[in-house]
Design a protein around this ligand. Structure first.
Ligand code: C2E
Ligand code: CA
Ligand code: CA
Length: 296
C-alpha cells in the first residue's frame, strides 16, 4: 500500500469492513476491498457519527403498521423504526440498518424502540377501547447475542406497567439457528414473562424443520415474497398452504405479511390465516396517525 495515500488507521478500518462483509455473506466468502472504498468509509463514519448523536437526541422513533384479523379489525401493531434525521428527514431502516448492525449501535437503537413500544402499550392499556391491542418489536441478532440480553430486556419492560402478554418479539430463524440451545433458553425465559415469540420472514432462511419444533414459537410470519407470488405461481401457492398446515399442526398462529391486494386477502382467508399485515390495510404510520385510525 505504500504508493497509496492511506493511513494505517484507514487501512485497518477497511480490513475490518471487508471482514464484516465477508462474514455476512452466506458462504463466508473471502472479500477484496478496493482502496476506492475509502470514500465509502468516510461516508459511513459520518453516518455513524450522526447515528450516535441521534441516539442521544432520541431521533429514532417507531412507526406502527396495523395487524388485522379476517374482519379487517385492528388487533395490534408492529413497531418499525424510523430515523428522524436532522438534515435528511425521515429515513427507513434500509438506509441505516446495515451500518447500525455493523457498528453494534442497533443495540442502543433497539433499546429505544423497545421503550417506545412499551410506553405505547402502557398508554393503550389505560383505555378500555385499546386495552386488548398487542405490540410487536423486531430483535436483531446483535441484541439477542449480547450478554445479559434477558436481564436487560426484563429491566426495560419492568419500568412500564402493562400486561406483558400483549408484547411480542419478532426474530428471524437465521438468527435463532445460530445457536439453537442458547436461543431456546433465552426465548423460554422471555416466555416465562408472558411475552410471545414470533418467527419473522418465515421461509427465507434455512427453515430446518428438525430444529424448528424445538423453538418455543407462538407465531410464524409468512414472508412477503411468498404472499407476492402465491396466486400466480402454483409452487408458491403450495408452499404457502404447506406452511399454514405445518403451523396448524404445531399449534402456532400464522401471520401473512405483505398483503397488498384484495385477491391475496380473500385467498388467505380461505386458508384460515389468523392475522394479516400489509399495504392493503395500511403502511406503517406515525403514532398520531395510528391513533386516528383507531378512532375511525
Ligand atoms: P420486517 O420486520 O419484515 O418488516 C416488514 C417490512 O415490510 C417493513 O419495512 C414494512 O414497511 C414492509 N411492508 C409491510 N407491508 C408491506 C406490503 O404490503 N408490501 C411491501 N412491499 N412491504 C410491506 P420497513 O419498515 O422498511 O422495515 C424493514 C426491515 O427493517 C424490517 O423488516 C426489519 O427487519 C427491520 N426493522 C425495522 N424496524 C426494526 C427495529 O426496530 N429493530 C430491528 N432490529 N429491525 C428493524
Ligand atoms: Ca418484523
Ligand atoms: Ca418480516
Amino acid at each position: 500500500f505504500k504508493d497509496d495515500d492511506i493511513s494505517a488507521g484507514s487501512l485497518l478500518q477497511l480490513a475490518d469492513l471487508a471482514l464484516y462483509r465477508a462474514k455476512s455473506t452466506i458462504e463466508h466468502e473471502a472479500l477484496i476491498v478496493d482502496i476506492k472504498m475509502k470514500e465509502e468509509l468516510t461516508y459511513s463514519s459520518l453516518l455513524l457519527k450522526e447515528m450516535r448523536q441521534s441516539i442521544v437526541d432520541h431521533d429514532f422513533v417507531i412507526y406502527l403498521q396495523p395487524k388485522v384479523n379476517s374482519n379487517e379489525k385492528i388487533i395490534g401493531a408492529e413497531a418499525l423504526v424510523r430515523w428522524q434525521h436532522p438534515r435528511h428527514g425521515l429515513l427507513p431502516p434500509a438506509d441505516f440498518m446495515s451500518q447500525a448492525e455493523e457498528s453494534n449501535l442497533i443495540v442502543k437503537i433497539g433499546d429505544q424502540v423497545l421503550m417506545q413500544a412499551c410506553e405505547q402499550l402502557q398508554r393503550w392499556q389505560k383505555n378500555p377501547t385499546t386495552k386488548s391491542l398487542s405490540m410487536a418489536v423486531n430483535l436483531s441478532a446483535k441484541q439477542i447475542w449480547k450478554s445479559h440480553f434477558v436481564e436487560d430486556f426484563m429491566a426495560t419492560i419492568n419500568t412500564y406497567d402493562f400486561d406483558k402478554s400483549k408484547l411480542t418479539v419478532e426474530v428471524t430463524e437465521t438468527v435463532l439457528l445460530q445457536d439453537i440451545n442458547d436461543a431456546t433458553d433465552k426465548m423460554n425465559q422471555l416466555k416465562l414473562l408472558g411475552i410471545s415469540i414470533s418467527l419473522d420472514d418465515f421461509g427465507t432462511g434455512y427453515s430446518s424443520l428438525n430444529y424448528l419444533h424445538r423453538l418455543p414459537i407462538d407465531e410464524l410470519k409468512i414472508d412477503r415474497s411468498f404472499i407476492a407470488d402465491f396466486i400466480q405461481n402454483k409452487q408458491m401457492g403450495l408452499m404457502v398452504k404447506s406452511i399454514i398446515d405445518l403451523a396448524d399442526n404445531f399449534g402456532v398462529k400464522v401471520v401473512a405479511e405483505g398483503v397488498e391486494d384484495q385477491e391475496q386477502f380473500e385467498r388467505l382467508k380461505g386458508l384460515n390465516v389468523a392475522v394479516y399485515q400489509g399495504y392493503l390495510f395500511s403502511k406503517p404510520v406515525s403514532l398520531e396517525v395510528f391513533e386516528q385510525r383507531l378512532r375511525q
